[in-house]
Design a protein around this ligand. Sequence first.
Ligand SMILES: C[C@H]1O[C@H](OP(=O)(O)OP(=O)(O)OC[C@H]2O[C@@H](n3cnc4c(=O)[nH]c(N)nc43)[C@H](O)[C@@H]2O)[C@@H](O)[C@@H](O)C1=O
Length: 325
Amino acid sequence: MSRTALIVGVSGQDGSLLAERLLAEGTVVHGTSRDPAANPFENLGRLGIRDRVRVHGCRPEDSAAVRRLLDAVRPDEVYNLSAQSSVGQSFAAPRETIDSILGATVGLLDAIRETGAPIRFCNAGSGECFGETGPEGADETTPVRPHSPYAVAKAAAQWTVATYRESYGLFAVTAILFNHESPLRPERFVTQKIVRGAARIAAGETAGPLRLGNLDVTRDWGWAAEHVDAMRLMLRAERPEDLVVATGRAATLREFAAAAFAAFGLDWERHVVSTPEHMRPSDIAVSVGRPARARETLGWVAATRMPELVGRLAEALRPPAPAGA
Ligand SMILES: C[C@H]1O[C@H](OP(=O)(O)OP(=O)(O)OC[C@H]2O[C@@H](n3cnc4c(=O)[nH]c(N)nc43)[C@H](O)[C@@H]2O)[C@@H](O)[C@@H](O)C1=O
């Protein structure tokens, strides 16, 4: 019999890419959205899988509603990809961010616990939890030191998952995901803001400049399709374990911007300015992961890293060459 998965928050970048991956291996995929009637599911549409994902309306913090859905769908595995995912926006809406992330995690875990069924649960955690990692990077043994409402909530959610695992014997894990990008990202994240900004300037749609915030940051940017696949593998492992999912490679935002503008034949320094209104009240200077444990236990390695990653993002924006060219 084929496996059944439920992706909570299926319309975002990660939910859609995970749905694509699970469908490719023959898994039956159900997904949730808070308001499916108002949700265009653009990412599922772009991937050509909208008709193959069975969508349900569900608020994950409502464990009674989740329980009814679990009874109807009977999933083997549940992935939690719901809730507010922008660190920047979490400073403007701290309470909503913390409530939505923690509420969804507890709502889902409680509903799974009540079923008594052997449903496996993977939670999307964040490398933000570690705060400053330094160039040596963070792994599963690094203490958490969150610096944003978003990171506070993700850290609390990760410990909630661990507590349910230890207290109730659930197969429940957190993938501690560092930055992971794709053409499906909205422009509130810096990678798509830069790549699409460079494309518009190159096409003459705007004269620029592109206004960014803090250019002095270093991140561990990976390819989202690969990072979500690590979540899938974590639920197929012999035993439940929280794992860092990262490339292990550090790159500065300046390097990212230089590569993105160069991909469109432009010199970034002529088109980018740093402005205070895009700075965060608190930012992490260096955030890098050490993914050795994921390689050991899952055989998972991030194949796409900087600078190839920028090339792929830029390629996705180029118009197709005319036939015969
Ligand atoms: C691991 C973690 O990864 C992501 O969080 P993020 O790192 O905050 O991602 P971002 O693309 O918003 O910012 C990256 C860096 O770039 C700086 N930056 C400069 N200028 C702009 C700017 O204009 N816009 C933005 N958004 N950032 C800017 C900004 O200050 C920050 O230092 C999410 O997936 C999150 O869900 C997650 O868990």
